[in-house]
Ligand binder design. Structure first.
Ligand SMILES: C[S@@+](CC[C@H](N)C(=O)[O-])C[C@H]1O[C@@H](n2cnc3c(N)ncnc32)[C@H](O)[C@@H]1O
Length: 246
């Protein structure tokens, strides 16, 4: 039976690749890269550095272009599901055309805000292609953030909630700790001033930026740095932890 690996590669620092991932990389014949056309050069460079350092055998890279997607749809969920279906068809086609052990490298960990596993399940569910797949966990950006700020994600015995910037704006801040990802518009500016924030951008990469403090004291500085970095680099990837004052 054909084998496919879905491998979490960590959130930007090639040293975050696990030994389990390194062992898998030594078995892989072909890497499927989905949506490379829109990927940032630095993200491609991280992946290249990982393969150069750890995949000590010949391999092929097959690029699968992303199908077009409506970024502002009337029905968000249906549009995303349709897009996943079209992506999974392209993956199926590419996988069927290749020999050997395949892999998809996933930023951070495949279980967190990533659609690769859903896509692979769709390919299997269609039943045209029979294969077994293995998921290898990676260091998430959530964990990279906590480590760089040397902090625990929650207070003793309390829960931690992981959400998006859009939902933080719509739903407000809960009582426990909240990690916010995928935030294009600085949703932290909407929470009370005495909330504590631990913010990080480009974690593990050469332009890494870290700021921590009360929202009322540091939000302006985060917005300023975020804008400057995004203008200079053309893109931004940031994440933060919020905790209401006790
Ligand atoms: C599509 S999600 C992918 C998350 C990924 N699977 C993970 O395990 O971290 C992308 C979001 O992850 C966060 N992120 C990923 N890598 C990051 C990094 N190196 N620095 C800061 N934020 C990062 C940002 O919030 C970004 O908007």
């Amino acid at each position: 039976m054909r084998t496919l690996y879905v491998i979490g590669i960590g959130a930007g620092d090639p040293d975050q690749v696990t030994m389990q991932a390194v062992k898998a990389l030594r078995e892989i014949d072909v890497y499927f890269v989905i949506g490379k056309g829109v990927e940032k050069q630095e993200l491609v460079a991280v992946r290249t550095a990982i393969l150069t350092e750890y995949a000590d055998r010949p391999y092929r890279i097959v690029e699968i272009p992303d199908p077009p997607r409506d970024r502002d749809p009337a029905d968000y969920r249906d549009t995303v599901l349709d897009w996943h279906e079209r992506r999974s068809l392209l993956l199926e086609e590419a996988f069927a055309a290749q020999e050997g052990v395949g892999a998809i490298l996933v930023w951070g960990d495949p279980a967190l805000y990533d659609s690769t596993l859903r896509m692979v399940e769709r390919v299997l569910a269609r039943g045209a292609l029979d294969f077994d797949y293995t998921v290898i966990p990676g260091v998430t950006s959530v964990h990279a953030l906590a480590a760089r700020h040397r902090t625990v994600l929650h207070r003793i015995g309390e829960p931690v909630h992981i959400t998006t910037g859009r939902r933080l704006r719509e739903e407000g801040l809960g009582t426990g700790s909240t990690v916010v990802m995928l935030d294009a518009d600085c949703a932290f500016t909407t929470v009370p001033d005495d909330t504590f924030i631990w913010w990080g951008a480009y974690l593990g990469m050469s332009d890494e930026a870290l700021i921590a403090g009360r929202v009322g004291a540091v939000a302006g500085e985060i917005v300023r740095q975020r804008t400057q970095l995004r203008e200079r680099k053309g893109w931004i990837m940031d994440i933060y932890l919020l905790r209401p004052a006790e």
